[in-house]
Design a protein around this ligand. Structure first.
Ligand code: FES
Length: 108
């Protein structure tokens, strides 16, 4: 697998292109590129601080959310059923090149 370039839109609305390395989750890429993704549970699906929004066709192209992921997302303040994912649960793959990833607002 090769590196994948994606566009990340931060909480201020600024877009930056970053490289998503093979074998990495989206959360790891965001964290490595200094985006404000706390990921306080380290990717074990128990914090929801890695919440992002993806475009609908992208979301539909991914495997379904697990029950644990869905439960956490439904409890999140900014949950959008048509866009929300926990970025620790999305793995790199070539077909995700060029996607836009929006960092969800911080929970109050
Ligand atoms: S890092 Fe905690 S749920 Fe994703």
């Amino acid at each position: 697998m090769s590196k994948t370039l994606i566009n990340v839109i931060d909480r201020e609305g600024a877009t930056r292109e970053v490289e998503w390395e093979p074998e990495q989750s989206l959360m790891e890429t965001l964290r490595d590129n200094d985006f404000p993704v706390l990921a306080s549970c380290g990717g074990t699906v128990s914090c929801a601080t890695c919440h992002v929004f993806l475009e609908k066709p992208v979301l539909e192209s991914l495997a379904d959310r697990s029950e644990d992921e869905l439960e956490l997302l439904e409890d999140a303040e900014h949950y959008n059923p048509e866009a929300s994912r926990l970025s620790c649960q999305v793995q790199q793959c070539d077909s995700l090149g060029g996607i836009n990833v929006i960092i969800a607002p911080e929970e109050d």
